[in-house]
Design a protein around this ligand. Structure first.
Ligand code: TYD
Ligand code: MG
Length: 455
């Protein structure tokens, strides 16, 4: 009898070892290395043996001149979900594999089921996690009328492909890749070799039939998609669904996209009847524009190509313990410390004995440096306990010398602020001329000047 071949895999990062060891060299996790049987058979196609594949949309497999390839032949599928389309770069690309990751309970299944229900053609939703009744209950919450969506509860890829050959769906959704199992590998579902093998089969299927495939992936405790790192290389697009579970807003980001930009985000609100697309996010991210409170300032930021007005809240209070506390939610803590140091050194504010808490409302994470000036304004406003006018907003980066620096796409940010009814925007000096009538543009080159103007 042939000896079964086994290899050790780290279940956290997918690194491969020749023998067992206690700690993974690549991700430094302990006790994650598990032995898996890697018995490989020759035929590893998604098609059944002897079955030549009855799906009509087959590719021709001859070399073709690039100038003769007709790209318009396979236009993107519009998913009837504007935010989802935007993040994908304009719709689903036929034959593409998209991986959607996110924390448990964030709404991955809800999002894809909703997309599936709204598609005007035949779709197959394969679930290895929930029963058909459970999915039906969820579908009823999301949408009442039936669509051309089929549900299959199955985890064996060979059985799934047999059903696909019969049904010929135009979009395939797998919930989740960690529950799938192929006969070609003997290890348990969710193990590194299973995930790699099943994804390989699905990719072959997608490319050969030009069917878009959407996969749901679990994430590990540090936020990476569970399974081998190679999984992210294999798929065309990696999307991440994130948000604070205590907030209702969810953000869909693309971490990798072979067919579009990775700068786009989609914003959703989780309601009792599914996810609502948030078309104008600025309105919801600013809590109450009529009442001015000390410690809040509005920043004109950009997320991808989209201007977004966001409220920054700061609380500055005298430290009770020796070491003052600094905490930031939705903003980089190191950057907060830097801004506090700049304020201390360049503008002479004694914040060394103060606790500083910073919060970006709506539970979102902002990486745009243009938010710095609003952070400065919010901190000082809380420190002096003087409110800023609710019709002011801020948009500039702050440098280490206390200088106010210009940001990209200033015109778009100013237009958005004007559209939302702000009366003044504080920016860095720029050469560009703006002819906005409804908003006054104030340029300052140093933090001290701005402080003198505001307080
Ligand atoms: P789910 O899609 O099951 O999350 P995941 O697949 O990422 O694990 O989402 C579950 C959460 O969403 C759950 O806490 C309930 C909530 N939810 C709503 O608030 N409204 C709805 O219409 C649905 C279907 C779910
Ligand atoms: Mg789920």
């Amino acid at each position: 009898m042939a000896k079964t071949k086994t290899t050790w895999f780290c279940q956290n990062c997918g690194a491969q070892y020749a023998r067992w060891q206690g700690q993974c060299n690549s991700c430094k996790e302990w006790n994650t290395i598990v032995e898996e049987v890697v018995e490989k058979r020759e035929s590893r196609s998604w098609k059944q043996e002897g079955d030549e594949g009855t799906l009509s949309r087959k590719r021709n497999n001859k070399p073709t001149l690039i100038s003769q390839i007709d790209a318009t032949e396979s236009p993107r599928l519009n998913t009837a979900n504007a935010e989802f389309n935007r993040v994908l770069g304009g719709g689903l690309v036929p034959g593409s594999i998209t991986l959607l990751g996110g924390e448990p309970g964030i709404g991955k299944s809800t999002l894809l089921l909703q997309v599936c229900l709204n598609l005007p053609f035949k779709t197959l939703y394969v679930s290895g996690e929930e029963s058909a009744q459970q999915i039906k209950m969820r579908a009823d919450r999301i949408k009442k009328d039936a669509s051309d969506c089929y549900i299959l509860t199955e985890t064996k890829t060979q059985k799934i492909f047999r059903q696909i050959t019969e049904l010929e769906p135009e979009v395939l959704i797998i919930d989740s890749i960690q529950t799938l199992q192929t006969d070609h590998v003997e290890s348990t579902a969710g193990s590194v070799s299973q995930i790699r093998e099943c994804t390989g089969e699905l990719i072959k299927f997608a490319k050969e039939t030009a069917t878009p495939v959407l996969l749901i992936g679990h994430i590990t405790k540090d936020g990476n998609i569970a399974g081998p790192k190679i999984l992210e290389h294999m798929v065309d697009t990696v999307l991440q669904f994130e948000g604070d579970r205590n907030h209702t807003y969810r953000i869909l980001r693309s971490l990798k996209n072979r067919f579009g930009s990775t700068h786009e985000i989609g914003i959703y609100e989780m309601l009792g009847h599914g996810l609502r697309e948030v078309a104008n996010p600025s309105e919801i991210l600013i809590s109450n524009k009529d009442v001015a409170l000390s410690g809040t300032a509005i920043a004109a930021t950009m997320e991808g190509m989209r201007p977004l007005l966001i409220e920054v809240q700061a609380l500055v209070s005298t430290a009770v313990y020796g070491t003052p506390q600094r905490s930031a939610t939705g903003y980089n803590l190191k950057r907060l410390n830097m801004i506090l140091a700049v304020l201390e050194k360049r503008a002479g504010f004694k914040l060394g004995q103060k606790d500083v808490f910073l919060n970006i409302t709506g539970g979102i994470q902002v990486n745009d440096p243009a938010i710095d000036l609003a952070v400065v304004a919010a901190i000082l406003s809380s420190n002096f306990d003087l409110e800023l006018s609710s019709s002011h907003c801020f948009c500039a980066e702050v440098g280490l010398a206390g200088e106010i620096r210009p940001t990209s796409r200033l015109d778009q940010r100013i237009n958005e602020a004007e559209k939302l009814g702000f009366e003044k925007i504080f920016v860095a000096p720029v050469k560009q001329k703006f002819n906005n009538k409804g908003i006054q543009i104030h340029a300052f080159s140093k933090i001290e000047e701005l402080v003198r103007y505001l307080f």
